[in-house]
Write a protein that binds this ligand. Structure first.
Ligand SMILES: Nc1ncnc2c1ncn2[C@@H]1O[C@H](COP(=O)(O)OP(=O)(O)OP(=O)(O)O)[C@@H](O)[C@H]1O
Length: 224
């Protein structure tokens, strides 16, 4: 079954500053949606609004047409990877995989480095190694949609390629919404791209619009 997540009518101000005012975004099973935008344009705020843990003046977040204001209470609908490490460092990988009801064998087959780490604490891993675990458990969870806020930052180029491959395989089961300033990787795997500029989401039809909207100077090879 194809699930659909739609977001619109979002209005967010901090004090007198208008952050979001004209948002439309759609994600479906088997789609990766990339969200790009300059620093401070409101990407993380929008993701938190969708997840339901940031209050705003108004919003409409619909899962298969049904409004849901507190998606964070429904992991079967939506899982969210925040920018920061969220797993307590004292937990072992064994415990983390048990808590998320995931098979460690599948994980270590894909990422052999972790074969000897089953009983290791999360904090004994490097920053990038911790991030891979977090991306994996959120992306692999039994849920309809996954939001990933900066999954590629802090990963080495090889790890980034492994994570992209893994997300591409996993998208047959769910929809992904991804933001990262390593935008070439986002462009590589996304089915649709939105750029957030001046409080508004722009669905990109031609890649050059990313430059026109002031997000990045594209090199000529990318445009061809
Ligand atoms: N709790 C808050 N109180 C006041 N202003 C806030 C708050 N949270 C975010 N902001 C402001 O809202 C704007 C949007 O922030 P947000 O973190 O959503 O941007 P972003 O697009 O994710 O940025 P980046 O690419 O740098 O991560 C910023 O100007 C930020 O300073």
């Amino acid at each position: 079954m194809k699930n659909k997540l739609e977001v619109d009518s979002v209005f967010l101000e901090f004090g007198n500053r208008r952050i979001l005012s004209d948002v439309y975004l759609k994600c479906e099973t088997d789609k990766i949606i990339g969200l790009l935008g300059r620093n401070g344009n409101g990407k993380t705020s929008l993701m938190n609004i969708i997840y339901g843990n940031l209050n705003c003046n108004s919003k409409s977040v619909r899962f298969n047409g049904e409004t849901n204001f507190k998606a964070y209470k429904k992991p079967e609908l939506l899982m969210y990877l925040p920018q920061f490490n969220f797993i307590p460092g004292s937990l072992s990988l064994k415990r983390i995989f048990k808590d998320y009801e995931l098979d460690f064998k599948d994980f270590e087959n894909r990422f052999p480095f972790y074969k000897s780490k089953y009983k290791s604490s999360f904090q004994s891993l490097s920053g990038g190694q911790r991030r891979i675990v977090e991306i994996y458990i959120i992306s692999k969870s039994k849920t309809q949609f996954v939001i990933l806020d900066e999954p590629f930052s802090h990963l080495s180029p090889i790890q980034i390629e492994e994570v992209k491959q893994f997300i591409l395989e996993e998208k047959t089961n769910k929809g992904f919404l991804i933001t990262d300033h390593m935008y070439q990787h986002v462009l590589n795997i996304s089915d649709d791209i939105y750029v957030l500029a001046n409080g508004k989401t722009h669905l990109i039809k031609d890649i050059i619009e990313i430059q026109y909207l002031g997000y990045a100077n594209l090199n000529i090879n990318m445009i061809k």
